[in-house]
Design a protein. Structure first.
Length: 133
């Protein structure tokens, strides 16, 4: 099931990275990536190279300045929840099938709420996980 989470996190990162980059540029300017805290988080200046951790940390760290104007409390909760799932996955903690389903469902919900690509892929992955449940 860790492969399912891995696939979901890849879908999340590739779908959400352009949105996150655009929102940060729009709110903080084109040189937002040069801020000291940001340089510790991003693994590349190219959003196409960002992984799920980068995208979620950027959203979390810049929520009040950038994302709260476009998204609500539910989406902030999804970001928090997905950070936790990502950390459990990265540290090879035990994850139940129900948790995998919830993680993929949360990925789909966040992608849909931001109108980002990948929601259909996440939906398919969620359906596959539901069949296993």
């Amino acid at each position: 099931m860790k492969g399912t989470i891995s696939s979901g996190l890849q879908i999340l990162a590739s779908g959400l990275a352009p949105y996150v980059n655009e929102m940060l540029c729009r709110s903080l300017g084109d040189d937002w990536q040069r801020a000291p805290r940001v340089t510790q988080v991003i693994n590349s200046a190219d959003p196409n190279q960002w992984d799920a951790q980068v995208v979620l940390v950027l959203m979390w760290d810049h929520w009040n300045q950038v994302f709260r104007h476009d998204l609500g409390f539910v989406e902030r909760s999804l970001v928090s929840e997905l950070r936790e799932f990502r950390n459990r996955w990265a540290h090879q903690k035990q994850v139940s099938l129900r948790d995998v389903y919830r993680c993929i469902d949360s990925i789909e919900r966040l992608l849909r709420s931001t109108n980002c690509d990948g929601a259909e892929q996440a939906d398919e992955l969620r359906r596959e996980t539901l069949k296993l449940l």
